[in-house]
Write a protein that binds this ligand. Structure first.
Ligand SMILES: [Zn+2]
Ligand SMILES: [Zn+2]
Length: 201
């Protein structure tokens, strides 16, 4: 929660706030990339007093963690999200006192984010801005080559890697031969391996 009392209600008054807060839960795109809960989020805010309330303009900086959609390696990415939100004074009468009835109406108004006793909650705004700034399909680097569709090894580690159709069949036979060879050896090494083989059948 941020306090606007210091800013005052004189239209045109400005206040800058720099503050580091802990990231709330679920700050990001679920299962794709996000700012880990409790990690630092640097906020630079500019509060401007206007007739109807307080206009808040700001930037949030944090570090997001996720997984490359191509090679599945973990990745970390800096986030800088800009946002702007108008926090409105609850309806007041000429003397600045709240009108209780009007206040209830205001809470039904989705377009208006009310100030509560001069305080505002930045979390929903922060969440929207950060989610918008994050990639839906994060990659560890723009030219990430991803994984081999045939065998799944990372093509970043081995750019010349490829398969011919014949190679794949040969590799499968080779794999079969290897496992048979291992099976024979296990049989010779003890009764336990024999039990395993029966269970497979
Ligand atoms: Zn990657
Ligand atoms: Zn491969």
């Amino acid at each position: 929660m941020f306090d606007t009392h210091e800013l005052g209600r004189r239209p045109g008054a400005l206040q800058r706030i720099s503050r580091t807060v802990e990231a709330p839960a679920d700050l990001g795109i679920d299962g794709v990339i996000g700012v880990p809960q409790g990690s630092p989020v640097e906020l630079d805010l500019r509060l401007e007093s206007v007739m109807e309330g307080v206009l808040v303009t700001g930037t949030a900086r944090a570090s997001a963690e996720g997984e490359c959609v191509r090679c599945l390696e973990p990745l970390r990415q800096d986030v800088a999200a800009d946002f702007q939100e108008m926090f409105s004074y609850p309806d007041t009468d000429d003397r600045g006192h709240r009108k209780a009835a009007a206040d209830d109406d205001a809470e039904d108004d989705e377009d208006m984010t009310p100030l509560e006793d001069g305080m505002f909650d930045l979390e929903p705004v922060l969440r929207d801005a950060v989610v918008l700034s994050l990639p839906m399909q994060p990659v560890c680097r723009e030219d990430c080559a991803g994984l081999c569709p045939d065998c799944g090894i990372s093509l970043n580690d081995d750019p010349d890697h490829h398969h011919d159709a014949v190679d794949i069949r040969w590799a499968a036979l080779q794999g079969l031969a290897d496992s048979l060879g291992t099976g024979e050896k296990d049989n010779m090494s003890g009764a336990e391996a024999g039990v395993d083989e029966k269970q497979e059948k």
